[in-house]
Design a protein. Structure first.
Length: 279
């Protein structure tokens, strides 16, 4: 049952260093849903916009405008990303070095003046849905909330999960969850999680809270927060992100580096089946 009563009524980069403790001896089982979903791809492209001259002697100017191209796949996918060590990689970051496939739930609107203490961080630290750290993407929710599988690819901003473009809402005061599954051939240790966000953010890995940012507004960029000593299990690993919009920009980034601090790669799982055309 959703906990949304108080919601419906109404800078500079900081490097956060924290440490992720060892798992308990009894680990809860992580298993992604077997059901596949249609996936929407958000691709940021640069278009040229011609600005007509004011006079015949004036040279026509060309302005580059960023445009989000949205395309819905004709096949279904499971929300899984395969983790691959970069090996002899050069450290240059592209989309493949970030987790770009996410199952997203939202948006959860809120009004700042209606919050218990008048602070937006109350939204971050209040459960908007039961068992938020254990979300799977199969939870039943009431409209207008819904789960949506999305993949983000931006040549200019690799790794950017642009929630503002995703939801297409002008309201600045929104919250959302994003979750994904990573699959590893073997257990991995001494990893580093690099993340960044335009607003407040919480991140859980395998049901354990490993990072919180709630120190104020900032512009979302790569690698603003650094979390050491991350571990991934052999098999499936669940990552849940809770993101709070504080103004127009609303995004986050998430990637991992290996024990040698080389960027890892994340390959979204291939298609499961084609979507039947509706008659």
């Amino acid at each position: 049952m959703l906990i949304r009563n108080f919601l419906l009524t109404g800078g500079f980069a900081i490097i956060a260093m924290s440490f992720y403790g060892c798992y308990s001896d009894i680990e809860s089982k992580i298993e992604p849903p077997k059901k596949a979903q249609a996936e929407t791809r958000y691709i940021s492209k640069e278009n040229k916009k011609t600005i007509p001259p004011k006079t015949a002697e004036t040279i026509t100017a060309v302005k580059k405008v960023e445009k989000i191209v949205v395309s819905k796949s004709a096949v279904e996918f499971r929300n899984i990303n395969k983790v691959i060590a970069n090996g002899k990689g050069n450290g240059f970051l592209t989309n493949v070095n970030f987790v770009t496939r996410w199952n997203i739930l939202g948006p959860f609107p809120y009004k700042e003046e209606k919050l218990p203490d008048g602070k937006i961080k109350s939204v971050l630290h209040t459960k908007l849905i039961e068992n938020e750290k254990k979300l799977s993407g199969e939870e039943k929710v009431k409209a207008p909330l819904k789960w949506q599988l999305a993949r983000f690819e931006s040549p200019k901003k690799p790794g950017e999960i642009n929630l503002r473009s995703f939801f297409k809402l002008k309201n600045d005061k929104l919250a959302a969850y994003a979750l994904t599954y990573l699959t590893c051939k073997k257990a991995l240790a001494n990893l580093t999680l690099y993340t960044g966000s335009s607003g407040y953010i919480k991140i859980w890995i395998n049901h354990e809270l490993i990072h919180t940012y709630d120190r104020g507004k900032r512009k979302g960029k790569w690698d603003q927060d650094v979390i050491k000593n991350i571990k991934l299990r052999k098999g499936y690993n669940l990552i849940v992100v809770k993101s709070i919009a504080m103004e127009k920009d609303w995004n986050f980034y998430l990637r991992l580096a290996d024990a040698k601090n080389m960027p890892m790669k994340f390959i979204p799982a291939k298609e499961v089946k084609k979507i039947k055309k509706q008659k």
